[in-house]
Design a protein around this ligand. Sequence first.
Ligand SMILES: C[S@@+](CC[C@H](N)C(=O)[O-])C[C@H]1O[C@@H](n2cnc3c(N)ncnc32)[C@H](O)[C@@H]1O
Length: 244
Amino acid sequence: MTWGRSWLKMETNKGRYVQQIFSSIAKRYDFLNSLLSLSLDRSWREFAVRLSASSKDSRVLDVCTGTGELALAYAEEIGQHANILSTDFCFNMLAVGQEKFKNRNLSFFIPIEADTLKLPFRDGAFDIVSVGFGIRNVSHLRKGLSEMVRVAAPGGRVVVLEFTQPVLPVVKQVYYFYFKKILPLIGNLISKNRDDAYGYLPSSVMEFPDCYQLLAIMEECGLVNVNYYLRTFGIVAVHVGNKE
Ligand SMILES: C[S@@+](CC[C@H](N)C(=O)[O-])C[C@H]1O[C@@H](n2cnc3c(N)ncnc32)[C@H](O)[C@@H]1O
């Protein structure tokens, strides 16, 4: 395992480590996301929302919502009256999100503190269940995905936006250099994080299943017609599947 340095000390509890990491970087999360992705993160979320094929009547659940950036992308696509619930187990991330939405006079962010491994919703409650850059952080990938599938309605969609490992050799080299060397340096410096939060990011991506593996896992978790779509030289993938 090559998790961030602190993770090595807490191998038995990834969930707690992840919660701690996001609690400590919550205030700078949006700024750093935009800086470190060269503002591409917004377009990745917009792309994921388009693939969700959501409409104003869709009941949407965004898990691991953090500061609600994906909820924001939904509302921009389908309007202010979008029917979205947003869950995360990190209070500080939700609080930053709530403040951001309040300052912009936006009312559609409904944050709920909840673990993706145990969602407090009945089976089939949502037409769309999405996750943006979150499922990689969930301690049991299959369990998290299965919970997302459980709360999706029959015929509903599960959308997973996540970093992935590029296959083109030149892209791979440049990306890995940036991702492993530059990004942790800038991220940890600006977020003033001592737990190597931005060292955890590349490590978690390297450990995460590749596009083909994730597709197969999503099928194992009960989805059909699973496809994936790559963005930005294959560094980001959106997987979409249907519940039967
Ligand atoms: C990288 S952030 C992504 C935030 C947001 N979705 C976005 O697109 O920017 C990952 C989020 O996943 C949350 N998370 C990780 N594991 C979780 C779990 N088991 N249950 C709920 N939230 C979780 C973290 O607290 C964090 O806010």
